[in-house]
Write a protein of this length. Structure first.
Length: 154
């Protein structure tokens, strides 16, 4: 018998597939459907629908709140596929020089504009992350860069 987490994951993947790559769900309704606590839904989403697995998750809390899960196309030869390949290649940590090199390559390949590159470089610079000691700084930089790239790939 499948674990509840596996059943919830399969259900969400089917909803995403039926909705052509983007699903909007309400956590409480899904929890009611599966007769579980809402935190079980949070667990499944946070562990199985991650950037590294090719998903982008947005949420909005409150009465009309929702969770929107977008599947990023990781198999195409377009820029989105290339960006997702880079997300996978980044790993858990990345230094500023390597991150800058990736970003400048994106400009060279025409994937992003120079202005976007400047914003990305500013967001992951050592100046911004200075308060975080190493190796945490490079881990934080990797997380920020991967999240930006995932958004660009959608």
């Amino acid at each position: 018998m499948a674990r509840l987490s596996d059943v919830i994951e399969s259900f969400i993947k089917q909803v995403i597939s039926d909705a052509e790559g983007v699903a909007e769900i309400q956590r409480n309704e899904l929890a009611s459907h599966f007769k579980c606590v809402p935190s079980q839904i949070n667990y499944v989403i946070s562990t199985r629908f991650t950037n590294d697995r090719g998903y982008f998750v947005e949420s909005r809390r409150g009465g009309g709140g929702y969770i929107r899960i977008s599947r990023v196309n990781v198999t195409s030869a377009d820029s989105g596929g290339y960006l997702m390949h880079i997300v996978s290649a980044i790993g858990d940590r990345i230094g500023q020089q390597d991150a800058d090199a990736f970003i400048m390559n994106f400009v060279d390949y025409g994937i992003i504009e120079p202005r976007e590159a400047g914003i990305m470089r500013a967001a992951i610079s050592d100046k911004i992350l200075l308060r975080i000691p190493q190796p945490g700084r490079d881990a934080m930089r990797a997380d920020i860069l991967k999240n930006i790239l995932t958004v660009l790939a959608v």
